[in-house]
Design a protein around this ligand. Structure first.
Ligand code: NA7
Length: 557
């Protein structure tokens, strides 16, 4: 492997030696690119960067590839984007040969896919597993990042990429005595690899987001008794999962490249016909018929993509929200429980829409109880279970389905210091600031994949990951071809992009919910809309245009 940048820098690595004073040890290794994270983003980046001749190493905390799909092994974990869409498009043979068994793939199947890709493209040899990054510091004089691992190793690289995923720093419930419970506790985002058997146990689950909604029906089937502690009810629609129709699959595969191209140019990274009609222009009967059709079709977009104003107009949204509430009341036998399960204080779709298999039905079981902690707040965890304002609960096991410090948590957890020692945590103290969700002013040669300010979690992540990995690789090739050693977002372009991201978000209903999109699930986190809601296709055009205009908005040195 030719180390283009390391050769150019001439001997930084050779000169660098052991430093025990700082707690680091061993020789400093030199790479063109250090990538953090061996999920789908890091894996594809490695494949591309190696192919382009850059010496690249991927550092990964886990002991295998998969990222989100490595950690989130809770019962019922599956993707809410269809498997034919949630898969790599970069290799024609791979996409033809891999066969997804279900419409929505389970976590084990997605993990097997990630492992297959790692084997197929020989990725593991350049991935260091069980290696957690502690810090990364930029030396402006050398245009070089020094990346430090928790074990004390140091690596030099011209470029530093965080491909750390959007939902990778899990968060426990903020409650007194969170570690006081003497029985086992499991976080859905860090599920034991060997699985958990709840048979015969009294189980308490905190959290009713996607992870809670997917796992609760399966835990209820096993447990002797299950108590669910709900802070905010969620809108959820049946997944209508099942085996993939072989004929449909064959038809898509016969035309896969064109199919993928439609996804790339689409709004959310999947081929969905964009509605042109307002919900308010439809009659009540027409709306009812459309909502029923969407409900029985199932899936994450089935309701929210029916009319063009559901994400922007409260009255339009109230119709679809009413419809879902009517479904919950219809399914759940106990009217009091049904009311507790009905979301009422935020518009549908402004928190991530959930898809489920028999979630609401689960509350009709004799062994399941719902506790609304808005009525009866959690007070503390006790050695035996949970104390609420009015009751003591005893459990044998507890599950925290309490989500993540999304999109920024993992990035600021690493001590990333850019020019003049400014850390990313300081820079983002009032909310993330990026240009295109790709780069940050003050942090030359540092990239984020699907970072805040890009479509990321509002899209089919695979489409957004591939776009960013390709954009970054092309950018590095451009720098190399033009003998440039650094790239950095300018302050002006970053200001404009942040403004644009906020302006577009403010045209929608998203800011009305206390969602993780808004950073509202983490106490003290700035309330800022994190992803870019302008759409995958338009965003891609913007990124391409930036390149066509000589990396407009970036300072190249
Ligand atoms: P989510 O969607 O953030 O859900 C977390 C749930 O945990 C949600 O119901 C929270 O209530 C609840 N929660 C969080 N903190 C607390 C505390 N302190 N007390 C009580 N309840 C709490 O995470 P998921 O893992 O389910 O899903 C994440 C994404 O993965 C999902 O959107 C999909 O994209 C896939 P809240 O709503 O904040 O009131």
């Amino acid at each position: 492997m030719r180390h283009w940048y390391t050769i150019e820098r001439g001997g930084v690595a050779a000169a660098a030696e052991t430093s025990t004073a700082s707690g680091t040890h061993g020789p400093i290794e030199d790479f063109d690119v250090v990538v953090v994270g061996a999920g789908f983003a890091g894996m594809y980046l490695l494949h591309l960067l190696r192919g382009a001749g850059f010496s690249t190493v991927v550092l990964e905390a886990a002991d295998d590839v998969g990222g989100t799909w490595y950690w989130n092994r809770y019962p019922g974990a599956r993707c809410d984007v269809r498997s034919i869409d949630y898969s790599y498009s970069f290799d024609l043979d791979l996409e033809q040969e891999w066969v997804w068994s279900e419409k929505y793939a389970t976590q084990p199947e997605i993990l097997r896919y990630a492992q297959h890709v790692a084997d197929r493209f020989g990725l593991r040899r350049d991935i260091r597993f069980e290696t957690r990054v502690a810090g990364a510091t930029y030396d402006e004089g050398a245009a070089c990042w020094t990346v430090t691992t928790e074990a004390g190793a140091r690596l030099h690289a011209r470029f530093y990429v965080m491909a750390t995923g959007c939902l990778s720093t899990s968060k426990k419930p903020e409650i007194e005595g969170v570690d006081a419970f003497e029985g086992p506790t499991y976080h859905t985002g860090h599920w034991p690899h060997e699985g958990v058997d709840f048979t015969g146990l009294r189980v308490g689950v905190i959290g009713t987001g996607s992870s809670g909604i997917q796992s609760i029906p399966l835990i209820a089937e096993q447990a002797q008794h299950l108590t669910v502690f709900q802070r905010t009810p969620n809108y959820s629609i049946p997944a209508a999962n099942g085996p993939n129709d072989p004929d449909e699959l064959a038809a898509i595969k016969a035309n896969y490249p064109a199919y993928r191209e439609v996804n790339r140019r689409s709004f959310g990274g999947v081929d969905i016909e964009l509605p042109t009609r307002s919900a308010l222009a439809a009659s009540p009967d027409e709306r009812a018929e459309a909502f029923e059709r969407g409900w029985s079709q199932g899936g994450i977009f089935a309701l929210s993509a029916l009319y063009n104003d559901l994400r922007t107009d409260l009255e339009a949204n109230s119709h679809v929200a009413d419809f879902v509430r009517s479904k919950i009341r219809h399914v759940v036998d106990d009217p009091d429980v049904a009311e507790k399960l009905c979301p009422t204080d935020y518009p549908l779709g402004t928190k991530r829409m959930c898809v489920d298999s028999d979630y609401f039905e689960t509350y009709n079981r004799d062994n399941v109880r719902l506790v609304d902690i808005r009525e009866d707040p959690l007070v503390r965890l006790t050695p035996q279970g949970i104390e609420t304002a009015s009751e003591l609960f005893e459990f044998d096991a507890m599950v925290f389905a309490t989500g993540f410090d999304a999109m920024t948590g993992t990035i600021v957890a690493v001590d990333v210091a850019g020019r003049d020692g400014l850390t990313i945590k300081q820079k983002w103290s009032e909310g993330p600031r990026t240009y295109l969700g790709l780069m940050v002013e003050g942090f030359p040669n540092f990239f984020t994949v699907t970072g805040p300010g890009s479509p990321s979690v509002l899209s089919n992540m695979m489409v957004s990951i591939e776009q960013h990995a390709e954009w970054i690789t092309d950018c590095l090739v451009h720098l190399r071809d033009n003998d440039l050693r650094s790239i950095e977002a300018t302050r002006e372009s970053e200001d404009e992009w942040v403004l644009h991201v906020n302006e577009v978000a403010s045209m929608t209903l998203y800011p009305l919910a206390n969602s993780w999109y808004m950073g509202a699930n983490v106490p003290g986190k700035p309330r800022v809309f994190l992803p870019y809601v302008g759409g995958v296709g338009p965003y891609r055009d913007i990124c391409d245009e930036v390149v066509e205009h000589g990396y407009k908005g970036f300072a190249l040195a």
